[in-house]
Design a protein around this ligand. Structure first.
Ligand SMILES: CC(C)(COP(=O)(O)OP(=O)(O)OC[C@H]1O[C@@H](n2cnc3c(N)ncnc32)[C@H](O)[C@@H]1OP(=O)(O)O)[C@@H](O)C(=O)NCCC(=O)NCCS
Length: 109
């Protein structure tokens, strides 16, 4: 099942960011997370992913996983801050030639 979480600007209710994910039998995969440039570094992405972590735990999935480009250092910093670890790499995966890092966050039993 693919689904989306959104975050909104409190005064206008305008959507300023989203997180697309899918629930698989053992884990939840983050497919995309994006925050409007004017609203970055305010904790919006962190809050969306923390919400998804709670949801994944509540439905008894073992982990969150995702892939991120080696050229995307802001996203890598975000995921590392949340405790994600690199568990694999796909060479030259993206159109710009960068590798994909496979990252996951395993939950304690
Ligand atoms: C990556 C992205 C989602 C981060 O969203 P955000 O709401 O600005 O992130 P947050 O404010 O929640 O940041 C949380 C932490 O992530 C890290 N981080 C986020 N952006 C960063 C940046 N530009 N440089 C360094 N660290 C960064 C920091 O550790 C930050 O904590 P801090 O602000 O206390 O230092 C956003 O930059 C974005 O939409 N980028 C374009 C789309 C994209 O690359 N998505 C990821 C696809 S895999």
């Amino acid at each position: 099942m693919t689904d989306v979480l959104v975050t909104t600007e409190p005064s206008t209710d305008a959507i300023i960011g989203y997180l697309v994910y899918r629930v698989l039998p053992d884990f939840v995969e983050i497919l995309d997370v994006r925050i409007h440039p004017a609203h970055r570094r305010l904790g919006c992405a962190l809050a969306l992913i923390q919400h998804l972590i709670s949801k994944a735990q509540s439905i008894e999935r073992e982990a969150l996983c995702l892939e991120v480009s080696t050229s995307n250092s802001p996203a890598q910093a975000l995921y590392r801050q949340l405790g994600f670890a690199t568990v694999g790499r796909r060479k030259s995966y993206y159109p710009d030639g960068s590798d994909a890092l496979l990252m996951d966050l395993k939950f304690s039993p």
